[in-house]
Design a protein around this ligand. Structure first.
Ligand code: AHR
Length: 675
C-alpha cells in the first residue's frame, strides 16, 4: 500500500515544488480574497496502519543559548554568584550610602578550592551608613508580590568586629520590597540561608547585601531563588518555563545542545562530569554564545552549570521525556577552531560516554551510579539514547564516531546512538556522511534544517521516498527562518509556523523512519538573545509561546499510535493545491487524528471519508491555528495573537464535511469505534 502511494508521489513532485516556490507570503497575503471552492474528497484508511508512531517522536531541543539556562530556566536570580566571571565583579556594584566607607577585595584561593577559587572579602569601616554589594540580576531580578524567596550565602567573618548581614530587595522605583537579616556570621566558612516574602512585583529588582556593623566578611555563592521552583526542588527551575515544556508532552529532551556541546575549542566543550555534584563545586565556564556573534555580544553570558546533567535528567523524568544527552566526540565546533583530538587520545572522551551511561543507568553501588544516588536519585534514569557529536562532518568525524560506536555497542548494545550528518540537510558533506552512516548501519542520523519557509513546504515530501534501509532519522534541529523584523520574536511569525506544520505532516507520515524531531532553539530571552527564531520567548516574569510552539504542541499532544494513509485520489497530500495532510489513529483513545495544513489563500471545503472504522456518533473536536496575515507573531505583550481555537461539531457518520481556512493548521479529532 505504502509503496503504491510512494510511486504516485513522484508524479506530483514537480507541482509541489512550483507551488512551494511561489512562497507562502504570496499565498497568504490576500486572505480577503477567499473564494468558495468545490469540495475536495479525501479518504483516511483508518484500518490500514502503516507504522507505529514512536512515543518519543516529538521532543525538545534544549541548548544554553539566548540565556536559556542561567538567566532563563535555571531559577537562580543572582548573576555571577561566585565571582568567577572573567571580570569578578561583573553584575555587582559597591553599595555605599550615607557616611559608609569600606572596601571589596577579590581573593583567589587557587588550588585550595580549584573549582570555585574566588570569593569577595568585604570590609565595612564604620557603624554608620550602608555598605555592601548590589547584584543586578540577569537584566534585573524578577520577583512577585507574596512569593517567598530563599536567600543563601557561604560566609565567614574575619578579624575583629561583629557583623550582621542584611538582605534587601529593591524595586526599579528604588523602594524596598523585601528584606531579611542573617545574624551572627562565624569565623568558619558556612552556608547561611534565610527566606523572606516579597511585598511587590518587579521584573527588574536588585539585591542588596549589606554589612551591618564594623568588620570584615568573606562572601561566596550569594544566591537567591524563588521558593516555588518546579516540583519545589532546591537548586531548581522556573515553574512557568518548565510548564511550557511539560505542556508539550515531549517524547524526549535533547541536551545540552547544539554547538555548546562542541565548544569553541576543545577546552570549552561541554564536560558533563563538571556539571554534577554540589552547585558550589561546579566549575563555571564562559558560554560560547557570549562572543559568537559580534553584533549580539553578551559579555555576561557564562555557564554556572547550576543546571547540570543531573538536573537535566530530573527534568526529563519530571515531564515524562526520554533523556537524550549529546556528548563531545573529540571535535570542537568546525565553524570555530575546528580542533580535533588525535585518535590515539580519544579514550577519555569515550570514557566520558561510558561513565555517563553508568551515571544514568548504573546501580546505586556502581562508581557513577553512586554519585547519582548521593545526589538524591538512587533509581536509574533509564537512558536509552546518546548522541555522539553535534554538527560534525568529514572523515575526522567518521573515524571518531566509529571509535565511540565500537566501545559503546560492545558494552551497552541497547543504547541507541545518534550520529551527525553535518549542519545541512543536503550537499557534499551530507551525502558523504549519510553514506558512511548507512554503511555502518548507524542507529540514528541527526539532520538539521534551518531554512526559509519555502524549503519546508517543498520538503514536506522529503522522506516519502527516502531509503528505508538506512539509519532512522532524528530531525534534531529545525526552524523556518522568515525575514528579519524589529521585535526579536517577530521571526517566529505565522508564515514560519505554517511552513513547519506542512513539513511536520511529512515527518509524521514517515514516522516509520523519522522517529524523533525537535524544533531549535528552544528558548529566547527577549533582552539577551543571540539567535532567533526560538520556540518560546520570555523575560524575567513572563513567557509566551510562539506560533511555532503551538504547532509543535498540536502535533506532540496528538501523536497517536499508528500512522494511517490520508489520500486524495489515491495520492498523499504533500503540497498539491497547497494542501498538506497526515493522519494517525490512537489505539488508546480510539480516535482518528487528522492534521490538515492549508498554505493557500483560499478556504478549502473537504469531505473526508473515514474508511475501515465506524465513526462514533460523538462530537468531533476541531483545533485550528491561523492568523490574519503571515507576519503576525506572539509577543510577551500580546501572547495570544496565534493560539489554538477549539470547537466541536457533530459527526454525520463516516463522511466528515468540513472547511479549512486560508493559511491554517487544523486538527480533527474523530472519535471512532474500537481501533
Ligand atoms: O540551534 C542553534 C545552533 O544551530 C545549534 O547550537 C547548532 O547545532 C546549530 O548550528
Amino acid at each position: 500500500m505504502f509503496a503504491l502511494i510512494l510511486t504516485k508521489t513522484s508524479a506530483i513532485m514537480k507541482k509541489i515544488k512550483l507551488v512551494a516556490s511561489l512562497g507562502l507570503i504570496l499565498a497568504c497575503l490576500s486572505l480577503n480574497q477567499m473564494v468558495a471552492q468545490k469540495i475536495q474528497k479525501l479518504s483516511v484508511l483508518a484500518n490500514k496502519p502503516l507504522a507505529e508512531v514512536q512515543p518519543a517522536m516529538w521532543g525538545i531541543f534544549f541548548e544554553d543559548i539566548n540565556f536559556a539556562a542561567d538567566g532563563g530556566i535555571y531559577a537562580e536570580l543572582v548573576k555571577n554568584r561566585s565571582f568567577e566571571f572573567t571580570r569578578p565583579l561583573m553584575g555587582w556594584t559597591e553599595l555605599k550610602q550615607g557616611d559608609a566607607s569600606g572596601s571589596i577585595l577579590i581573593i583567589n584561593q587557587g588550588e585550595e578550592n580549584p573549582n570555585n577559587p574566588r570569593f569577595a572579602r568585604v570590609t565595612s569601616n564604620t557603624e554608620k551608613g550602608v555598605y555592601g554589594l548590589t547584584n543586578e540580576g540577569f537584566r534585573g531580578i524578577g520577583v512577585s508580590k507574596g512569593k517567598q524567596l530563599d536567600f543563601s550565602v557561604f560566609a565567614r567573618q574575619t578579624g575583629e568586629g561583629l557583623i550582621r548581614l542584611k538582605i534587601e530587595l529593591i524595586n526599579s522605583a528604588g523602594d524596598k520590597i523585601g528584606e531579611a537579616s542573617l545574624i551572627h556570621i562565624t569565623e568558619k566558612w558556612q552556608k547561611y540561608s534565610i527566606s523572606f516574602v516579597c511585598t511587590g512585583t518587579d521584573a527588574k529588582a536588585k539585591l542588596n547585601v549589606i554589612l551591618e556593623g564594623k568588620g570584615t566578611v568573606d562572601l561566596d555563592m550569594i544566591s537567591l531563588f524563588p521558593h516555588d521552583t518546579w516540583k519545589g526542588r532546591a537548586n531548581g527551575l522556573r515553574t512557568d518555563l518548565v510548564q511550557m515544556l511539560a505542556d508539550l508532552k515531549p517524547g524526549f529532551i535533547r541536551f545540552p545542545g547544539g554547538c555548546i556541546v562542541e565548544g569553541f575549542e576543545l577546552a570549552t566543550r561541554y564536560q558533563w562530569k563538571k556539571t554534577i555534584g554540589k552547585p558550589e563545586d561546579r566549575k563555571l565556564i564562559i558560554n560560547r554564545w557570549n562572543t559568537e556573534f559580534a553584533d549580539k555580544s553578551t559579555p555576561d553570558y557564562f555557564q554556572s552549570y547550576g543546571l547540570g546533567f543531573f538536573e537535566y535528567f530530573l527534568l526529563c523524568e519530571d515531564i515524562g521525556a526520554e533523556p537524550l544527552p549529546i556528548l563531545s566526540c573529540g571535535m570542537a565546533c568546525q565553524f570555530n577552531s575546528a580542533e580535533v583530538v588525535p585518535l590515539n587520545q580519544l579514550d577519555p572522551y569515550i570514557q566520558d560516554a561510558l561513565d555517563l551511561i553508568e551515571f544514568a543507568n548504573g546501580p546505586a553501588d556502581s562508581k557513577w551510579g553512586k554519585i547519582r544516588s548521593d545526589m538524591g536519585h538512587s533509581l536509574p534514569f533509564n537512558m536509552k539514547l546518546l548522541g555522539i557529536g553535534n554538527e560534525q562532518w568529514d572523515v575526522q568525524y567518521v573515524d571518531r564516531y566509529k571509535a565511540f560506536e565500537k566501545v559503546l555497542k560492545e558494552k551497552y548494545p541497547a543504547v541507541k546512538l545518534i550520529s551527525s550528518v553535518g549542519p545541512s540537510p543536503d550537499g557534499k558533506q551530507f551525502e558523504y556522511l549519510s553514506g558512511e552512516m548507512k554503511k555502518m548501519n548507524a542507529d540514528f542520523v541527526d539532520e538539521h534544517y534551518y531554512k526559509e519557509p519555502a524549503w519546508f513546504l517543498k520538503n514536506a515530501s522529503r522522506y516519502d521516498q527516502y531509503d528505508r534501509k538506512g539509519p532512522k532519522i532524528f530531525a534534531g534541529e529545525y526552524a523556518a527562518h522568515s525575514k528579519a523584523d524589529k521585535a526579536p520574536e517577530s521571526r517566529n511569525n505565522w508564515e514560519s509556523a505554517l511552513a513547519e506544520a506542512a513539513f511536520m505532516t511529512g515527518l509524521e507520515r514517515n514516522s516509520d523512519m523519522v522517529q524523533m524531531a525537535s524544533y531549535a532553539p528552544l528558548f529566547g530571552n527577549v533582552e539577551s538573545w543571540q539567535w532567533r527564531p526560538d520556540l518560546i520567548w520570555f523575560d524575567n516574569l513572563r513567557v509566551a509561546g510562539s506560533p511555532n510552539y503551538y504547532v509543535q504542541k498540536l502535533f506532540s499532544n496528538n501523536k497517536g499510535t499508528n500512522v494511517v494513509p490520508i489520500l486524495k485520489n489515491g495520492l498523499i497530500l504533500a503540497g498539491a493545491d497547497s494542501l498538506y495532510a497526515s493522519a494517525v489513529i490512537d489505539k488508546k483513545t480510539n480516535q482518528v487524528l487528522i492534521k490538515l495544513v492549508n498554505a493557500s489563500s483560499k478556504q478549502v471545503s473537504l469531505e473526508i471519508a473515514i474508511e475501515g472504522s465506524p465513526v462514533e456518533k460523538k462530537p468531533i473536536t476541531r483545533e485550528v491555528l491561523s492568523a490574519s496575515n503571515p507576519t503576525v507573531f506572539n509577543s510577551l505583550d500580546k501572547p495570544g495573537e496565534i493560539v489554538p481555537v477549539i470547537t466541536t461539531f457533530n459527526s454525520n457518520g463516516n463522511k466528515i464535511k468540513t472547511t479549512v481556512g486560508p493559511c491554517s493548521v487544523t486538527l480533527l479529532k474523530v472519535p471512532s469505534k474500537k481501533l
